[in-house]
Write a protein that binds this ligand. Sequence first.
Ligand code: FAD
Ligand code: PYC
Length: 412
Amino acid sequence: MPLRLLKFARSNYPEPRMFRQPDRLQSSYDAVIIGGGGHGLAAAYYLARDYGMTKVAVLEKGYIGGGNTGRNTTIIRSNYLTPEGVKFYDESVRLWQDLSQDFDLNLFYSTRGHFTLAHTDAAVRTMRWRSEVNKHFGIKSELVSPEKIQQACPHLDLDCGGHAPVLGALYHAPGSIARHDAVAWGYGRGADQRGVEIHQQTEVLNITVKDDRITGVWTNRGEISTSKVLCAVAGFTPRLLQMVGLRSPLYIHPLQALVSEPMKPWLDPIIVSGSLHVYVSQTARGELVMGASLDPYELHSTRSTFDFAEGLAARMLDLFPFLSHVNIVRQWAGMADMTPDFAPIMGKTPIAGFYLDAGWGTWGFKATPVCGKTMAYTVANDQNHELIQDFSLDRFTNYELVGEKGAASVGH
Ligand code: FAD
Ligand code: PYC
């Protein structure tokens, strides 16, 4: 933009459209949030909005939403398997409904209905089990026949090339998608407007602890003192835990995804096949967003592979043979922080003032609002919110796991 126009734009629009970029860190904050993904920003937003805590800094080593938040496939649902999970994700789905209004920013939240296909008798049993647990908690989920699936998705080949015929599905009417990066911007903007500072390009290099209490953090831009740190760094969690001397059973695997060229709208619902390791939805722009299961080895990297695209394409063609000429236009990966029981790790830790929001693996985007709400409560009150009591780090030493693997979207 020519300088004259730039000056005009600046003088007429002194406030940034999204959020301020403060040029220096303060020497102390009431709370520091490490990680400017959806979870960290949502916690900052609710800390400021609901608890009046505004002397808060969000430190992000890259740019906001550049981690798994901006890399995920945006499926939102609450059709989980355990009562703990169902109650938690149901609250999140409720919070999603008002977010666009709340932020005055269109998140393109779109309710599509969600089918998890069953290709074996064992899978049908799990779907029935999930639908019964869901109904018990008032969640709309039901086991449906192949005819009902065909009605909602006439393009689906129910024979799947003859080798994995569809026997039924778990249908979850509230299943939705949304625009992922706008979620980070909406929470970021809302937090910024209430006084929270968002510092991008600011990496936490160490965390200082004295007598098992948080005293501050070291960053690439200097030292900060604080007595409260919320760690919301997804695939980087093991590195941050090392800084405070804590261990967790987290293991990091790449999770890849890709999108097709845009097409006219033809796919209304979200279709997931755990057995074929593939899922797909169509965005407002017409692209097909597709994903599969984790890469089958531990790796701390966001590289993507040709193997993944090739395997996924083969399985997509089992479901939708007519897509054989459609081009793939983008491919990427995120780093999924997996727990052994496929439930998150949330809340207080043995280090006073160190709060953890992690173990979000392949399932944490849908939980962004409820994580923000419950972690803000936990940080403000130094007490775990009741919805996260069962997700604490010590469940792994107390053998009180929350077995959620059967509700993971794709096979692992
Ligand atoms: P992130 O968005 O990863 O944010 C963490 C941030 O911390 C990053 O921006 C990172 O740069 C920053 N950070 C790390 N270390 C430091 C440091 N030392 N200092 C400062 N900053 C630091 N979930 C669903 O519910 N539905 C889906 O359909 C779905 N699909 C997925 C598809 C893919 C391909 C992937 C990878 C994940 C998917 N997920 C899905 C999972 C979901 O993306 C994540 O669980 C969720 O986005 C986690 O959000 P977050 O804010 O905790 O983490
Ligand atoms: O949690 O629904 C989910 C999901 C879909 C794809 C990746 N995660």
